[in-house]
Design a protein around this ligand. Sequence first.
Ligand SMILES: [Zn+2]
Length: 289
Amino acid sequence: MPELPEVETIRRELVSAVSGKTLKDFWSNWPKNVSPKPPALKKKIVGCRVKAVKRRAKILLIELSNGLYLTIHLKLTGQLIYKLKTKNSQLIHGGHPQKGGLDNLPNKFTHHILTFTDGSKLFFNDLRKFGWIKLADQKALGKLIEDSGVEPFDKAFTLAAFRKILERYPNQKIKQLLLNQALISGLGNIYVDESCFAARIRPTRNVRDVTKKEVNDLFRSIPKILKKAIDKKGTSADSYVQLDGKPGGMLPFLNVYGRGRLPCKRCKTPIAKIKLNGRGTHFCPNCQR
Ligand SMILES: [Zn+2]
């Protein structure tokens, strides 16, 4: 699943692709994940101009000229592909790459299509069909933001606030807590492992055993790592490419994620890979205690 840096990368690509464009049509063959249902949604958005493309945690927010927001979550396997009308136009796509997913659009992976008045289209492909599109007014948007935890780039993400979150769950494993989107939003498997490495904390540690200094280090590491990942346009694990189809450039900068049995970049000890709550978890047994 794309994490905050990957969704932010797609957002930046979308800004240049669809800003100022006017919606002409909406199509879906998977109404279950569209709210309101496709005919009603279409009625509300056709004729609207894209004012801005924003993001909250892993959710894309397309702000429309009628004051409503098209909110999009790619979930596990969602992919957005933008295509101009002209035949030789360059495809730009971000999210989960699917073999054959870019051929002859729309194809069997395509479940939703936004069409603009210039003939360009934004295809939403989704192998496993968990991704969704919801139209939100200001109130619904507020609720969506309220329901998700503080974002590491928010002003509200202070050391005191972070400590408070940790104090509420002393018996959880630190990784489990960091992955909880209702507490802190935007972190996923890759950047949690990387943040724990940066702070020299083993992801399996109980929250109550994390020292004050380690909490400080973790607090400082999280936004730093996310920012670097955004600068590098995300990490191309097996499930993500940026909107222009290029793999993200963060991979060589990862210290533990995906590096099981490779030597630690700090101390040369082989990186351990274990399962924690079903998630592949990477750490250096020597640097992280
Ligand atoms: Zn090490």
